[in-house]
Structure formats: structure tokens, C-alpha cells
Design a protein around this ligand. Structure first.
Ligand SMILES: C[S@@+](CC[C@H](N)C(=O)[O-])C[C@H]1O[C@@H](n2cnc3c(N)ncnc32)[C@H](O)[C@@H]1O
Length: 219
């Protein structure tokens, strides 16, 4: 099945709210645990989350790694508003800052970060170079890189099965987004080619579930 791109930004407030309310506990917890498996339990310094959405992973990092400071970047103001109010509710507003910026031309507050993370941004990008170029631009030499994203299934029936299995109780708007995201996702061979094209082939790629892969390593 060919990749079918989906809308890049999630700017519709209803769509952003449905996404923020969805139960991502399992994959987002897995994101943090896989990060620890790859790099160990201690993290210090500056972390940036590219395409942070409503900030759930920023908050998980803030709780799990009390010694780091976190910046979240997203182009959608609707998402960032939800992120800021959830941080206040969680008492984490002093640990995380958000910046509205559309990659790859990010006008970032800090030139280089020690750690660059991103979850579920890549499949939104019409040109995947936006992610890989941004990582090279804002990661300091030797920076830790950790990216997780969806895998494109073999066909639409397989995509529908994954939606039924993992989003059975979610609202229709979210089920549709998940289906479209699966169709827009890249495959490991495509991502390996992207890494090679951007001089990032020192990063490793691993398939970690029936719908996710990770890319990890150091710049
Ligand atoms: C599926 S959401 C993932 C949100 C978050 N990382 C998470 O795992 O919950 C993808 C996010 O990427 C943002 N996005 C898409 N293209 C972007 C770009 N070029 N620059 C910045 N953000 C972008 C969207 O607005 C959306 O909030």
C-alpha cells in the first residue's frame, strides 16, 4: 500500500481536544521506558520534544527525569493551549516551556539541545526532511536522539484492525485520525533511507510493536 499523506498540522480545536483526551497511557509510557532502556535512568540538561502536541510526553519526562528542563515545540496553537493548561493542573508549569513553531524553520529559543525526542510527528510531515534536518540543527554534537512513530500496515484492512484493537472505545474523530495516521506512516526501509539521506545512519532503527518503530542513538 502506497503512503497516503494526512493533514500536517492538528489545528482544529475539536481535533486537538479529542487527541488530548485520548488514552495514550500505554504507548506514551512505553516511549519513556524504551528511552530508559536505550539511555539509562538518569537524564540531565535540556530536552526538546518536536511536535509535542498537548504535552503528555513532556509531562512524563518532567516526572521521570527531575533533573532536566523541557521545551515542547508544535505549530498548532490549539495543541499548545491544551499543553499549558494540563501542565498547570499537574503542577509542572515551572519545568516545561512551549514554543509555537513550524519545523523545519523553527525559530527556537535555544540553539542546541542535549536531548531531542519526538513521538508521532514524522508521519504528519509531507517531507520527512523537516524532522531529520531539525534534529541535526538543534541537537548539540553528541546529542541523544529518540524518535518513535507509527508503521504503515500492509493494507487498509490491517489498518482498520489496528484501529479496532487499540482505539475501540475512542470517539469517531480520533478513530479516523488514527486510521489516517496509519496510512500516512512510513515503513522501516523508507526511514532508513531518510536517515542515510541526512547523514544520520549512525542512528539505529528498531520495530518495537505491531504499530511502532523507534530511532535512537547519538548525533
Ligand atoms: C499526532 S500529534 C503527536 C503529539 C505528541 N507528540 C504526542 O505524542 O502526543 C502530531 C503533532 O505534530 C504537530 N506538527 C505537525 N507538523 C508540524 C511541524 N511541521 N512543525 C511543528 N509541529 C508539527 C501537529 O500539530 C501535532 O500536534
Amino acid at each position: 500500500m502506497q503512503r497516503i499523506p494526512e493533514a500536517e498540522l492538528m489545528e482544529d480545536p475539536a481535533q486537538a481536544l479529542a487527541y488530548a483526551r485520548a488514552d495514550f497511557d500505554e504507548p506514551h509510557n512505553r516511549f519513556v521506558e524504551l528511552f530508559v532502556d536505550c539511555f539509562g535512568p538518569r537524564l540531565t540538561g535540556s530536552v526538546v520534544d518536536l511536535g509535542c502536541g498537548p504535552g503528555d510526553i513532556c509531562r512524563r519526562f518532567a516526572r521521570r527525569f527531575p533533573e532536566c528542563s523541557i521545551h515542547g515545540i508544535d505549530a498548532s496553537e490549539a495543541m499548545l493551549e491544551l499543553a499549558r493548561s494540563a501542565d498547570v493542573a499537574a503542577g509542572l508549569a515551572n519545568r516545561i516551556r512551549y514554543f509555537r513553531s513550524r519545523l523545519p524553520d523553527a525559530d527556537l529559543p535555544q540553539i542546541r539541545y542535549r536531548t531531542v525526542i519526538s513521538n508521532s510527528l514524522l508521519h504528519h510531515l509531507p517531507d520527512p526532511a523537516a524532522l531529520w534536518r531539525s534534529i541535526r540543527k538543534i541537537g548539540q554534537p553528541g546529542a541523544t536522539v529518540f524518535v518513535m512513530d507509527l508503521l504503515r500496515p500492509q493494507n487498509r484492512d490491517q489498518a482498520q484492525c489496528l484501529v479496532d484493537q487499540y482505539a475501540a472505545n475512542e470517539p469517531e474523530i480520533l478513530r479516523n485520525d488514527f486510521f489516517n495516521s496509519l496510512l500516512a506512516a512510513y515503513r522501516p526501509l523508507e526511514v532508513e533511507q531518510q536517515l542515510a539521506d541526512h547523514g544520520l545512519d549512525q542512528l539505529a532503527l528498531e520495530t518495537v510493536s505491531d504499530r511502532h518503530f523507534i530511532v535512537f542513538g547519538h548525533l
